[in-house]
Design a protein around this ligand. Structure first.
Ligand code: SF4
Length: 746
């Protein structure tokens, strides 16, 4: 047993042997030529695969093909793992799964290097040094779980259950994590949504009653994206469909201050001024209404509030918008006409990470309304409603939850009345920990989430975590938040564990072990159950093992566990919905929102002027690269070889004026932080913007592959929250950039 050791020094199994002897970098690049081309050739390509030769278990000697589900991001692609003598040698896309369509993205291909990452968490640990010293001792599962339960029980008894925060990413085990927090009795649930897509989902919920409609790419002719960078922020099947759409001549109009890979696939790239997409879309609405290009019959039958919106957009002419968004009035007018002419096979895409400006909610409401004006809802080539997934699956019986009366730390609903409870406002939880208002949070259980990297103003988050009585982390890798934890409960990787079922279209897929766990780790389902039992909440986890959960889910599907194991997936009974599936109070598309009106908010969109950087400062833009998922994959050796860091994109002319050369170290400074990073000088970004990809600049020294590489934009981000949606405005931080001349620390 290793005592008082640094987390990074705790022993590992000979993964480096695997890397050197079994699978060299060169072999990987040959085997995954598609991945290489993503990075180097900047074009789309995927590695294909077939579902033949699948076997029921991974235990057989020789070569086995094990169907399962990827978890390198939240898209849940079907995979086929090739297992040779107990070692995963290759991952391919499962053609039976509509999320992968037989192909994987670079991250999916590189899932092997999560399994064999020498830095991954291998056994439970309890901190022995200062918080953040990285000093832990190895303990048994019994000791780790007893300690966690004792601390959680102590907090509950001393301060009430509300003093315990629980937060989680979006994953298949999340409902059982929610089970634990509801049974324990805390209202304080943290998700990442307020840092991601709250503005979009809430806008579409208020307009259609459907949070995330999808595009019928196969029949579509015209798509407008506002910052939706599908070629790099990969949602596998949608990215493939977008590429097919572009290849067959569908027109893409891309609004983005940066020339992304998606912009390179567009017929038109419009480098719009950040925060002014709202002006562009209001002006499109103005043109469509003034020139009577809307679908009158659809509006009469399926919408409410058209007249209010028509009146509201009267002042927003293309000439008015042009002064704000730097796009010529004639271009806006032409695009509005083209969009309406292609309708209903035309879409303004709902977008995804819309937490950019405080006006992002109004922007998304206008996007939702433009689609309604041309009547593309449920039409061929238009937006399609997607009912809640998984409703056909069964579940285990359990007792009712205790009543919770304490207010939430994140102000939902007392400060943010319109934010759904399951979304929350995680940056406000952090702030409440610092102010002690409305009461003092004392403990935090973090499930595969990394608040230290995701929440703006990292310094504040660090202080908030250091002040906690108790911090526990369940994760696969020693991420930054785990590095500051009191106890670490290591979860098995997705290639080693059973999870609840994944629904993809009209099928369910099974995530199951391709290999037995390599180390002393457990599935999330078993960690939550064993913790729940120690907290006296065992009735909420009525399963002996993960298979009981899966069997309960399968009960109404009409397929046995054994059959599912053999095949890897099962067909669900087709559910019939109203083709329009509108879930609003009026059962119509609410161009004028009754929810907003009842809350005293403007029921139709109006212009909200975004803040702009003063002379000498830049907008700080954030986004993704194709080789990484949020904050979780930078330590993956293969992905790190492709994209090791996140240089600061700066416009060539702006760089010249500041005396900055390509590759030179620079200091990027905001009112709340400062980082040293290297410059990437390019024509592909507006002169008033700089860009840094998210996910680099890790604090955890235990992530040895990525530690010390790149810089964190959460160190720079200021906290600006939209009171309506709780959405963090990530692009409202303005920074200076100057050459780094040495002698200054970040
Ligand atoms: S999009 Fe890529 S990382 Fe995400 S589930 Fe699919 S293959 Fe895995």
């Amino acid at each position: 047993m290793a005592k008082d050791k640094h987390i990074a020094d705790l022993p590992s199994i000979g993964e480096s042997f695997f890397w050197r002897k079994e699978f060299s970098r060169r072999q990987f690049l040959i085997g995954s030529g598609a991945v290489f081309s993503w990075a180097m050739l900047q074009k789309m390509s995927f590695a294909g695969g077939k579902a033949e030769e699948t076997t029921a278990t991974a235990a057989k000697k020789g070569v086995n093909k094990v169907p399962s589900v990827c978890e390198m991001c939240v898209w849940r692609c079907g995979i086929i793992a090739t297992v040779e003598d107990g070692m995963v040698k290759k991952l391919e896309g499962n053609p039976e799964n509509i999320n992968s369509r037989g192909k994987l993205c670079p991250r999916g291909n590189a899932g092997i290097k999560l399994l064999y990452d020498p830095d991954r968490l291998k056994f439970p640990m309890i901190r022995v040094g200062e918080r953040g010293s990285g000093k832990f001792r190895r303990v048994s599962w019994k000791e780790a779980l007893d300690f966690t339960a004792e601390q959680m029980q102590r907090i509950k008894e001393q301060y009430g259950p509300e003093a315990m925060i629980m937060s989680s990413t979006h994953n298949l085990t999340q409902p059982y994590f929610e089970n634990l927090l509801k049974a324990y009795g805390t209202p304080n649930y943290g998700t990442q949504r307020s840092l991601c897509f709250n503005a979009m989902t809430i806008a579409f919920l208020f307009t259609y009653g459907v949070a995330q409609p999808v595009v019928d790419y196969e029949n579509c002719k015209y798509i407008i994206y506002a910052g939706r960078n599908l070629a790099e922020a990969i949602s596998n099947s949608e990215t493939q469909r977008m590429m097919d759409f572009a290849a067959r001549g569908g027109k893409i109009v891309m609004l983005d201050p940066r020339f992304t890979i998606t912009a390179s696939k567009a017929a038109e790239w419009l480098p719009i001024r950040p925060g002014t997409d709202l002006a562009f879309f209001l002006a499109m609405g103005h043109v469509i209404i003034k020139e009577k290009l809307y679908n009158q019959e659809f509006i009469q039958q399926h919408t409410v509030g058209f007249e209010e919106f028509a009146k509201a957009v009267e002042p927003y002419s293309p000439e008015w918008a042009a002064q704000r968004c730097d796009i010529p009035a004639e271009t806006i007018r032409r695009i509005a006409r083209e969009f309406a002419a292609a309708a209903p096979a035309a879409v303004v895409h709902p977008n995804w990470r819309t937490s950019n400006f405080v006006n992002s909610f109004q922007t998304e409401r206008t996007v939702a309304i433009l689609n309604a004006l041309v009547g593309n809802w449920a039409a061929p080539g238009g937006l399609q409603p997607v009912p809640e997934e998984g409703s056909a699956l069964g579940s285990l019986p359990q007792p009712p939850y205790p009543t919770v009366t304490a207010p939430r730390l994140d102000g939902v609903p007392w400060k943010h009345p319109l934010v759904p409870l399951k979304y929350g406002v995680i940056q406000d939880i952090r702030d409440a920990l610092l102010t002690g208002e409305p009461y003092q949070g004392k403990g935090w259980l973090v499930y595969r989430q990394n608040p230290l990297m995701s929440i703006p103003e990292r310094r504040k988050t660090l202080t908030a975590l250091k002040n906690l009585d108790f911090l526990a982390v369940i994760d696969v890798i020693p991420n930054d938040t785990a590095y500051y934890a009191d106890v670490i409960l290591p979860e098995s990787t997705y290639l080693e564990r059973w999870d609840p079922l994944s629904v993809a279209g009209n099928r369910v897929f099974l995530r199951r072990p391709a290999v037995e766990p390599l180390y002393d780790t457990k599935s999330g389902l078993m960690i939550l159950k064993e913790l729940g039992e120690r907290l006296g909440l065992g009735d909420y986890f009525p399963y002996q093992d993960e298979r009981d959960v899966i069997k309960a889910q399968l009960a109404p599907v009409g397929i046995s566990f054994e059959e599912l194991l053999e095949k890897g997936w099962a067909e669900l009974q087709e559910e019939h919905h109203d083709p329009y599936y509108l879930q609003t109070a009026s059962n119509k598309i609410e161009i004028s929102s009754s929810t907003l009106a009842n809350s005293g908010e403007n029921p139709v969109p109006a212009w909200q002027e975004p803040p702009a950087p003063p002379v000498g400062k830049f907008y700080l833009l954030s986004g993704k690269v194709a080789q990484h998922t949020q904050f979780s994959t930078q330590n993956n050796l293969w992905l790190s070889l492709l994209t090791p860091d996140n240089p600061v994109w700066i416009n060539a002319e702006a760089a010249k004026q500041l005396g900055i050369k390509d590759g030179q170290p620079v200091i990027v400074e905001s009112p709340v932080g400062k980082v040293i990073n290297k410059a990437y000088v390019t024509e592909g970004i507006r002169p008033d913007c700089v860009f840094m990809a998210a996910g680099f600049g890790h604090l955890s020294k235990a992530l040895k592959t990525t530690y010390g590489k790149g810089a964190s934009n959460s160190s720079l981000h200021e906290t600006h929250t939209d009171p309506v949606t709780g959405c963090q405005a990530l692009s409202e931080t303005f920074v200076t950039v100057r050459p780094y001349l040495g002698g200054e620390s970040a």
